[in-house]
Design a protein around this ligand. Structure first.
Ligand code: AMP
Length: 221
């Protein structure tokens, strides 16, 4: 049975990019609630339609909608997979539901790495972000450009800017983060699970710090 990690951080902290690398390094299943919602929208499902208006406004999708969707995906993964949760939980109610669901399966959250990045850096990082609509790979026009401008290195798809990565929507998302998600740090700190990592460094340095923090927290070094 693998370990279960939750990665926290404001939008634009590099959470998605680091999550992919961490999942690989620790052999975990990467589960991104944002990717899940974008896939539902692309399919045109009821869930996708309900989530769309909140996402486009930079607001959190209501707990009643997101909790069921993520927990259903979790239980479909079976017992063996260790998990890296990225983008969920984002409210204390979501964290409590997650704890309950994991406990019912005899599991728990083992560590919660949290990326700290000052708000000033975030706008720059997010507005330069480009993503692959097919494989969800993340790039940045300045700090992480693809080999060929505008084209995904992995599958040659034309990169896009997420519609919620515009300056106006990012302000809303940051506001939602501070009001609804930041309290999760205290929630996990109280349980002794939080490991804070400086997310303002360059990407490889953040990854090294993250891996080290996780290994130490889990008693692997
Ligand atoms: P992300 O890709 O994680 O930045 O998520 C994109 C958008 O999806 C967010 O701005 C929210 O509107 C929505 N979303 C993703 N995960 C959650 C969640 N756990 N709770 C509520 N809304 C979410």
């Amino acid at each position: 049975m693998g370990m279960n990690l939750v990665i926290l951080g404001p939008p634009g902290a590099g959470k998605g990019t680091q999550a992919v690398r961490l999942a690989q390094a620790f052999s975990l299943r990467h589960l991104s609630s944002g990717d899940l919602l974008r896939a539902e929208r692309a399919r045109g499902s009821e869930l996708g339609k309900k989530a769309a208006e909140y996402m486009d406004a930079g607001k959190l999708v209501p707990d009643e909608i997101i909790i069921g969707a993520v927990l259903a995906q979790l239980s479909s993964l079976g017992d063996k997979a260790g998990l890296l949760l990225d983008g969920f939980p984002r409210t204390v109610a979501q964290a409590e539901s997650l704890d309950k669901a994991l406990a019912e399966a005899g599991k728990r959250v083992d560590a919660v790495p949290a990326l700290a990045v000052p708000d000033e850096m975030i706008l720059d990082r997010i507005t330069g972000r480009r993503t692959c609509p097919r494989c969800n790979a993340v790039y940045h026009v300045k700090t992480l450009p693809p080999a060929q401008e505008g084209i995904c290195d992995a599958d040659g798809t034309a990169l896009v800017q997420r519609p919620d990565d515009t300056a106006e929507v990012v302000k809303q998302r940051l506001d939602a983060y501070h009001r609804q998600t930041a309290p999760l740090e205290a929630y996990y700190r109280k349980k002794g699970l939080l490991v804070e990592v400086d997310g303002s460094l360059e990407m490889d340095a953040v990854f090294r710090a993250l891996s080290k923090a996780v290994r130490r927290r889990l008693g692997m070094e």
